[in-house]
Design a protein around this ligand. Structure first.
Ligand SMILES: [Zn+2]
Length: 193
C-alpha cells in the first residue's frame, strides 16, 4: 500500500495515531518499523515520544503485542467478531492492567485520561487513550484492517453506511474478488498471487 493511497483514508485526530501505529508493519511491502529495538526507537522519536533512552526486548514485545492485538480487533470491525478477537481482547486486558493510566483535570476543569510516563510507555498509553476516546465518539468501529488477509492495512471507513472492506478497492478488492472468481471457476482453490 502506498503512503499516498493510505492517506486518503486517514482517521481523524487522535485516532490517526492508532492507525499510524498499527501500520508500522506493512505486509504488502514487507517492512516493519518495530522489527528491532533500534528501529522502534527511531519510530518512537519520529513520532514525538522523546526522550527514548532505549527500547529493550520487554518494551519491544509490549509494543508488538499491543499492535497485533489492535490489528485483530480492527479486523473484526471489518469481518465481524471471532475467536481471534476474544483472544486479542484478553491479551490486551493483561497489557492494560500494567499501565499507569490515570485521570487528571486540565486548567479548564475537564477530566482527561493521562499517562504519567514518557518514551515507550507513553506511546502505549497514548494508543489506549485514543482508542477509548474513539469508542466514546463513535469512530472506533470505523477504523478497520483491510479484509485482504495478505494486506490488513489499517484504514478509516468514512462511508455513510460503514461498508468499506478494503484499504484501496482497486488493489485489494480487485485482487480478492479475482481470486474467489478463479476458485469458483476452477473447482479447486488456487493462489492468485
Ligand atoms: Zn488492503
Amino acid at each position: 500500500m502506498s503512503e499516498k493511497a493510505a492517506q486518503t483514508k486517514q482517521a481523524p485526530e487522535t485516532l490517526d495515531r492508532v492507525q499510524r501505529f498499527v501500520n508500522t508493519r506493512n505486509r504488502m511491502r514487507g517492512y516493519d518499523h518495530l522489527e528491532s529495538s533500534k528501529e522502534a526507537r527511531r519510530w518512537l522519536e519520529e513520532s514525538g515520544y522523546s526522550p527514548v533512552d532505549s527500547v529493550g526486548d520487554t518494551e519491544l514485545a509490549r509494543l508488538r503485542e499491543l499492535r497485533e492485538g489492535l490489528r485483530d480487533i480492527l479486523l473484526s470491525h471489518n469481518l465481524g467478531t471471532s475467536l481471534e478477537v476474544t483472544k486479542a481482547s484478553s491479551r490486551l486486558n493483561d497489557l492494560v492492567s500494567t499501565t499507569g493510566l490515570g485521570v487528571s483535570f486540565d486548567s479548564a476543569g475537564r477530566p482527561l485520561l493521562c499517562s504519567p510516563f514518557t518514551g515507550t510507555e507513553k506511546a502505549v498509553e497514548d494508543m489506549l487513550i485514543a482508542a477509548i476516546r474513539a469508542g466514546y465518539e463513535g469512530t472506533w468501529q470505523r477504523l478497520k484492517a483491510c479484509a485482504n488477509k495478505e494486506c490488513q492495512w489499517i484504514f478509516y471507513d468514512a462511508s455513510k453506511n460503514r461498508s468499506g472492506s478494503w484499504c484501496v478497492m482497486e488493489i485489494c478488492g480487485s485482487r480478492v474478488k479475482m481470486r474467489s472468481y478463479r476458485e469458483r471457476h476452477s473447482g479447486t482453490p488456487r493462489d492468485a498471487s
